[in-house]
Design a binder for this molecule. Structure first.
Ligand SMILES: [Zn+2]
Length: 189
């Protein structure tokens, strides 16, 4: 039997990470029946975001142009710190907490990393320290060593955010105070 429009909506909502069947049903009911204005606003925002949001060419963060607001912010040139994160979402989390005024770099997979470009950016942004803001895991430890090894001739200090960030928990699940402490009491590595 052909699915009706409500079922199709539920099916699509269920594709969103963290949304299960129950939530999808609830959201679909709200959007389709209870709050049609909200539904159309969300539809518009999604379309607008999909058409206009891209990854920044320099840091890999979320941007509305080829270079993001953060990478283009000259006032950050004085910080001398580059914060390396595992996901563009982590930049939003750290920015939202207002605890860091340097530049960022998103690294996901080893194969993605172009050290020539990173070294050029390190020089351009006058980076003296790299702080890794990964959630602890074996993979992130390996990634830190790999990056450190490839940048060992660049005369840079390396540090990582302090323990207190639980293993396997994403930065977006840490409260602001813990994240502030983790960054302030970063450990030299
Ligand atoms: Zn950027």
């Amino acid at each position: 039997m052909k699915k009706n429009k409500f079922e199709l909506l539920v099916e699509q909502l269920e594709q969103i990470p963290t949304i299960g069947k129950k939530s999808a049903l609830k959201i679909a009911y709200t959007l389709a029946l209870e709050n049609k204005v909200l539904a159309l606003n969300i539809a518009h925002c999604i379309e607008d975001a999909v058409n206009n949001i891209q990854k920044c060419d320099i840091c890999g963060g979320i941007s509305e142009s080829s270079i993001c607001r953060i990478c283009g912010d000259e006032s950050r040139l004085y910080s001398g710190i580059l914060c390396i994160v595992g996901s563009p979402k982590d930049i939003l989390v750290i920015e939202d907490a207002n605890i860091f005024d340097g530049f960022y770099l998103v690294v996901n997979e080893r194969s993605d990393i172009d050290f020539k470009i990173i070294i050029a950016n390190i020089k351009f942004y006058n980076v003296k320290e790299i702080v890794f803001a990964f959630s602890p895991s074996l993979a992130s430890d390996a990634m830190m060593l790999y990056i450190e090894d490839n940048l060992k001739n660049e005369n840079i200090k390396f540090s990582k955010i302090a323990q207190g960030v639980p293993t396997g928990v994403g930065l977006d699940n840490i409260d602001r105070l813990s994240l502030t402490r983790a960054l302030e009491s970063r450990i030299r590595i």
